[in-house]
Design a binder for this molecule. Structure first.
Ligand code: SAM
Length: 234
């Protein structure tokens, strides 16, 4: 499919554009107000049941916190992102922390070379919503191909588990929570997310995962706007 004239250009930025190291650093600070990233990483690593020689791949690594945490447990970690600025930032963090077993590569869900990876676990957080639903299906199938039999996918993203009639109430509630935690600017990011990005419904996401060949081991929904899926390739 890569190379077709109708191939989606995943390198074209949608939503908030992090064009400089300063903007990426500001993103990292905002995330620290909204999330307990350290706890998220530990919880995800526990769910994945990794061994020291496990091969782990993160897609949409952003500022790299999960890849950095995984690299302390596993010898082979690969981190993909379409943004060179994000990769520069996360690579600098790895150097500062003395971590040198992460292969940072500029590639995305639709373009990474999945011919020979034989991965034990793939993790993607807050990144798949950058793709429209058809392309999410393509991405999930590519991830399925890259995993070993029995391999796991952990997906965390903005996913809507409200009825469409309740959208205004639910999005406003999400926006207000975010403003309370991180200020008015983050409320604007919520608005832009819903307007311009491709978060989908939970019933579509579950079907996409299953159609790609995964068993959903566990699905958790938070506040009707976030989801976590632990999936297995049988
Ligand atoms: C909101 S950030 C999330 C970063 C990090 N995973 C986290 O949890 O904080 C989304 C990241 O996905 C990346 N991204 C967007 N489209 C992508 C694609 N098609 N393939 C891989 N990464 C993508 C962006 O460059 C950005 O670094």
């Amino acid at each position: 499919m890569t190379g077709s004239a109708w191939q989606y250009d995943e390198f074209k930025q949608i939503g908030t554009d992090y064009g400089s190291i300063e903007e990426v650093a500001a993103y990292d600070e905002r995330m620290a107000k909204l999330r307990n990233v350290g706890d998220e990483c530990s919880k995800t690593l526990t769910l994945l049941e990794l061994a020291p020689d496990s091969r782990v791949l993160e897609i949409g690594t952003g500022t790299g916190e999960f890849a950095l945490a995984a690299a302390k447990q596993c010898s082979h970690v690969t981190a993909f992102d379409v943004s060179q600025v994000m990769l520069d930032y996360s690579q600098a963090k790895a150097r500062d922390r003395g971590i040198n077993n992460i292969a940072f590569t500029r590639a995305g869900f639709l373009t990474f070379d999945n011919s020979a990876l034989q991965i034990d676990a793939v993790v993607s957080q807050l990144a798949l919503h950058h793709l429209p639903d058809f392309w999410k299906a393509v991405a999930l199938r590519r991830i399925w191909h890259t995993l070993k039999s029995g391999g796991r996918l952990f997906l965390r993203d903005v996913v809507f588990s409200f009825d469409v009639d309740d959208a205004a109430t639910c999005v406003d509630r999400w926006k207000n929570v975010v403003i309370e935690l991180g200020g008015e600017d983050l409320g604007l990011e919520v608005e832009a997310h819903v307007r311009e990005e491709f978060s989908t419904f939970s019933w579509i996401m579950e079907e996409l995962l299953q159609k790609a060949g995964f068993s959903i081991v566990n699905a958790t929904y938070q506040g009707q706007t976030f989801a976590e899926y632990l999936c297995r390739k049988d």
